[in-house]
Design a protein around this ligand. Sequence first.
Ligand SMILES: [Fe+2]
Length: 340
Amino acid sequence: MRKTTGACLTIGALLAACTSVQAEELNIYSSRHYDTDERLYSGFTEATGIDINRIEGEADELIERIRLEGDNSPADVLITVDAGRLWRAEEAGIFQPTHSELLDERIPAALRHPEGLWFGFSSRARIIVYDKDDVDPALIQTYEDLARPELKGKICIRSSSNIYNLSLMASLIEHDGQDAATQWANDVVGNFARAPEGNDTAQIEAVAAGQCDVAVVNSYYVARILNADDDASKAIAEEIAVVFPNQQDRGTHVNISGAGVVAGAPHPEAAVKFLEYLASDQAQAYFAGGNNEYPVVEGVKVDNPALEQMGDFKADEVNVAVLGENQPLAQVAFDEAGWR
Ligand SMILES: [Fe+2]
């Protein structure tokens, strides 16, 4: 009897000890995989004492995994890139709204979901790269200019199934309407130098190699090359220049890396704390700088020679949520134009 009581006491003491030393934790599913993101996670743990467990994978796989895990999902936060993918996550019902004065104050309204389902923490611009010896930049000042007959046989751009192009098309539909956007896609297909192949980096390389004169790519791919030390990158950098399109009217199409709190998150408070941490000056610098992106919080500067060289620009202020909503229409426009 005495022995049993002793054992119970011991177990009780153990449980108490376990509860008191058990650290708070947070489960993050992320499709980002940059070394600087490590500093983000350790910075958050240092600031809050909350340990982070991480699952990394392709965005669409993570979204599907959270959907399948349903109520049993350990996921607290999903981090991914492109408003189009955040919209897919939203459509899969995996986000819950977050209400945070801090996030509403620090993150521009255009770069977060109107009901707080997700928030943008860095931005990227989809810009025009051109061969500076062969192209008059006056010809390519807007996305609409890419339809000009002078560019026949000169344009390289990746496939229409790519989320960056779907979001660009979604933006054109928003501003120019479905018919004009479809006609634009038709004309751009007529200007292709080659059938779409490869990623954004491959388009930049093709311009530098003279396979085409003009390409459309995300800004961080250019910045990555401009910041690189190797001879191959330096050689590419010498051949190219960039245009931030539509500076005289609506501004350049921008997209985001973003995150939201998962519906049924086991640690919702820690999840909101993490999103708020991502909006801090320190985290903004890591989160944007690690991938040559732009911070979203005003006044935060990233020390990045390439971004400085590429210069400031006016960004389109349409809410990026629209890019998601217009994805199905964007696919229709591409299909009708025969843009594979
Ligand atoms: Fe990318």
